[in-house]
Design a protein around this ligand. Structure first.
Ligand SMILES: [Fe+2]
Length: 499
């Protein structure tokens, strides 16, 4: 992919849209937003502070569109497998989310001018919301050569303009009235950030199937460069960790928490006991926040991260570092993929059926990445593993996967290298509701809750996760995938029982 092709291709679409009079997001939304409205709408009595949310809306929406700039037009409908979706579909679906859940119910009520999409687009871009209605089959999203990308981008621009109108209106409404709509807007932004990661995951899968081994981006600010930086930064910090650094409790009951124990080589030990995990669920809607919210740092959480609750842990140890490529090569060299005793029965069947002999994107001594085929660094964390592979490797290593409560407890203590921003980390925990879980009301209640079967939890975040979405400030984040999934950027960290 050449930069020139990008400029004359998809980047040129923005120019075309301007000629058509379609509203555009600003060239630099963060700076323009901050300059026009540095502290939110603010200071005036009865006017909610929404400046930070407006700035973030622009930034998140623009980032999605920036992701397709390096692509060729043909790439926009690439769907490598039934579980993946084409880039154009991701852009349409994230637009649909705002139109379906915010603009359809609220436009008339608040006098917002918005030209909705063709009603058939609801069928095309609904993902899995049964309450909304029927939808185009997921495995056939790659057949949607139409609508053209210009129409999808123009739709996105109309939705952006309508959402800004909505913010104008809500700023002058009582906080109690605005709260529900603002919470949905925030959910829409978080949803769009999730799809930004999905778009890149899906693209890697699609490109990996092309013998030309295309590169999405080899740029210094591209995703593969981000991976290399993130794990090597962690390496640099390896020797800087405080000696004796130990696991602090994630949130023990006052005065009842276990005390951290001294570190042993490469492992953090925890004595077990009663800990508290999960999100406290006290986040206010963004409009009611001050300060941090105006800067776009409101403490959002998905419904599946709450409620905060008590968990009993037996003594355990957890590895400071992620399992490396070299570690995993040892598993393969020792016949890891040929030894059924290392695998769950279901996983062993998958190994046989699919002929697995190595992680998804390994190619000889190289690996396929979003920067094309690259040499595989032995010290880099092994990536794109299924839960079955992670579990088998852990068993071979005389260890196991951590539970999500163990992971969260350890992460809260700050002793885990690469806890965020490198790879999602498989846990041994099934994805189930926390005690007292309540899905969100309405159709968006389908967002998380109905998927709480036959999936395993991953913790942390990865190099494809947008900044500010699931970092160290949000250790309660729960990602989840079926155990045979390998196209997500997942790795593993070992744990073991401790006496
Ligand atoms: Fe979605």
């Amino acid at each position: 992919m050449s930069a020139g092709a990008a400029e004359t291709g998809l980047a040129g679409i923005a120019t075309d849209l301007r000629r058509q009079g379609v509203p555009q997001v600003p060239a630099d939304p963060v700076e323009e937003g901050a300059a026009a409205d540095p502290a939110g709408l603010d200071a005036q009595p009865g006017v909610l502070r929404l400046g930070g949310l407006r700035v973030r809306l622009r930034a998140v929406r623009r980032r999605s569109e920036a992701l397709i700039v390096p692509l060729e037009p043909e790439d926009l409908v690439l769907q490598g497998m039934a579980d993946a979706s084409p880039p154009k579909w991701h852009l349409g679906h994230t637009a649909w989310f705002f139109e379906e859940f915010l603009l359809r119910p609220l436009s008339q009520r608040y006098g917002i001018e918005h030209e909705a999409a063709d009603p058939l687009w609801r069928f095309l871009f609904n993902s899995y919301y049964d309450a909304v209605g029927a939808r185009h089959p997921r495995p056939q999203r790659g057949l949607l050569s139409r609508p053209p990308i210009t129409a999808v981008l123009a739709w996105r621009a109309r939705i952006d303009a309508a959402l800004e109108q909505l913010l104008d209106v809500l700023a002058h409404r009582p906080a109690s009235e605005a709260a529900a709509a603002l919470a949905l807007l925030e959910l829409g932004l978080q949803h769009e950030q999730q799809h930004q990661e999905l778009l890149l995951m899906d693209l890697l899968d699609g490109f990996s199937r092309n013998p030309l081994e295309p590169a999405y981006s080899t740029a210094a600010d591209g995703p593969e460069a981000a991976f290399q930086r993130s794990w090597q930064l962690g390496e640099a910090g390896r020797n800087l960790a405080p000696p004796g650094g130990a696991v602090a409790e994630a949130g023990t009951l006052a005065g009842q928490g276990p005390q951290a124990e001294p570190e042993e080589q490469g492992w953090l030990r925890h004595p077990g006991g009663l800990v508290v995990i999960g999100h406290p669920g006290t986040a206010s809607p963004p409009a009611m926040e001050t300060g941090a919210a105006a800067a776009g740092a409101e403490p959002f959480h998905f419904d599946n991260e709450a409620p905060r609750h008590r968990v009993w842990l037996e003594p355990f140890a957890i590895a400071r570092q992620l399992v490396s490529n070299a570690d995993y090569e040892g598993f393969i060299a020792d016949g890891g993929y040929q030894r059924p005793e290392l695998w769950m029965s279901e996983g062993w069947a998958v190994v046989q059926q699919r002929g697995w002999r190595a992680p998804r994107y390994w190619r000889d001594d190289d690996e396929f990445t979003l920067a094309g085929r690259r040499p595989r660094h032995p010290r880099a964390p092994v990536r794109h593993l299924s839960w079955f592979e992670a579990d088998a490797h852990a068993r071979w290593a005389g260890a196991r996967l951590p539970s999500e409560a163990e992971w969260e407890t350890a992460a809260a203590g700050g002793g885990l290298q690469h806890s965020h921003g490198v790879l999602w980390q498989w846990t041994g925990s099934p994805y189930r509701p926390y005690p007292g879980f309540q899905p969100a009301a309405g159709a968006v209640g389908e967002y998380n809750g109905k998927f709480m079967s036959s999936q395993l939890v991953l913790r942390g975040s990865c190099f494809l996760t947008p900044a500010g979405h699931a970092g160290p400030e949000r250790i309660t984040y729960r990602n989840f995938f079926p155990p045979a999934s390998r196209w997500l950027a997942g790795g593993l960290r070992l744990a073991r029982d401790a006496a």
